[in-house]
Design a protein around this ligand. Structure first.
Ligand code: HXC
Ligand code: NAP
Length: 263
């Protein structure tokens, strides 16, 4: 079910950094379904081509590492030249793994910050003069780690917190022509992220109970939020982080179980 007309994104050009798998690919697919011209980029060229083929005819799949400013800028220049000025840019590339800070190497910490935070700066800075303005929509894919401290997530927590602040600063500097927002997905089923963070059945079962919606989210539910933020319905929404997380950020919902008394 969707609130959006089938041609809502006709004549729009959409670039999704990190759009070659998972949530970001789902976002790219949804914009294409709604009529947009779409390009995705990741490090692996074969994966990028497969992703573009899965999106449909005319979609571009490019290889670029978001840690390399010239590479990601070059990819976005190519997209603007072939598909037209960019109306929507999504920055979703990320790296993550569970590691305690005391055993994490400096390079491990730096690698995640470099992909997530520096990568988002590179994508947004690099697209700035390629945007169709007014009306352009930039969306960073962040995570609950930005506001909730989590063990074994020092790198991701620091990186995603930085992304949230970057979103707010760019919204201030780049309005009124460009709106800049973030989406903070909760745990999303069938993704690499959750395969890494909750690898076994017992971890997952315990996790569902803590979420107010009692389930993980679907990729398509995140994609709908990205479309909303880039639609005329969100024309006065800028500098916000939209949680698409089933209420996860509210805390542990097992405390709703009053049979156990007040915890
Ligand atoms: C400890 C690790 C590690 C691990 C890598 N490193 N994996 N340290 N535990 N499991 C260390 C390495 O030893 C190395 O440090 C440093 O990190 C860089 O590793 P490389 O393999 O050289 O990096 P690179 O090839 O650039 O790969 C980046 C990566 C990789 C992040 C390490 O996992 C990757 O490509 N990930 C992309 C896919 C991904 O992570 N998707 C999930 C996103 S989901 P040393 O010191 O040895 O040199 C997500 C979820 C958010 O973000 C929230 C969900 C709720
Ligand atoms: P995923 O499938 O691993 O997707 C990561 C994407 O980023 C891939 O296309 C990957 O392709 C690309 N990428 C990784 N490093 C890159 C780099 N250095 N340069 C360019 N592209 C790079 O991940 P996911 O689980 O769907 O997560 C997607 C986003 O949602 C991330 O921002 C993540 O933090 C966020 N998120 C996820 C969840 C969840 O439940 N999964 C929850 C909250 C937030 P290559 O490997 O080919 O580069």
């Amino acid at each position: 079910m969707s609130a959006f007309d089938d041609d809502l994104m006709a004549d729009r050009t959409v670039f999704v950094a990190g759009g070659t798998s998972g949530i970001n690919l789902g976002i790219a697919r949804r914009f294409a379904q709604l009529g947009a011209r779409v390009a995705v980029a990741g490090r692996n060229p074969e994966k990028a081509k497969t992703a573009a083929d899965s999106i449909g005819p005319g979609a571009l799949g490019l290889s670029a590492d978001v840690r390399d400013y010239e590479a990601i800028r070059g990819a976005m220049e190519q997209v603007a030249a072939e598909l037209g000025p960019l109306d929507v840019v999504v920055s979703g590339a990320a790296g993550n793994f569970l590691a305690p800070a005391a055993k994490m190497s400096a390079n491990a910490f730096r690698t995640v910050v470099d992909i997530d935070l520096n990568g988002t700066f590179n994508v947004f800075r690099g697209c700035y003069d390629l945007l169709r303005t007014p009306g352009a929509s930039l969306i960073a894919i962040t995570a609950g780690q930005a506001v909730n401290a989590m063990p074994m997530q020092a790198h991701a927590c620091a990186a995603k917190a930085g992304i949230n602040q970057l979103v707010r600063v760019l919204a201030m500097e780049w309005g009124p022509d460009v709106r800049v927002n973030g989406i903070s997905p909760g745990p999303i089923a069938g993704t690499e992220g959750m395969a890494r963070l909750a690898p076994d059945d017992s971890t997952r079962a315990a996790h569902y109970a803590r979420i107010p919606m009692k389930r993980w989210g679907e990729i398509e539910e995140v994609a709908e939020a990205a479309v909303f933020l880039s639609s005329p319905s969100a024309s006065y929404v800028s500098g916000t982080i939209l949680d698409v997380d089933g209420g996860s950020q509210l805390g542990d919902a097992t405390r709703n179980d009053t049979s156990k008394g007040l915890a």
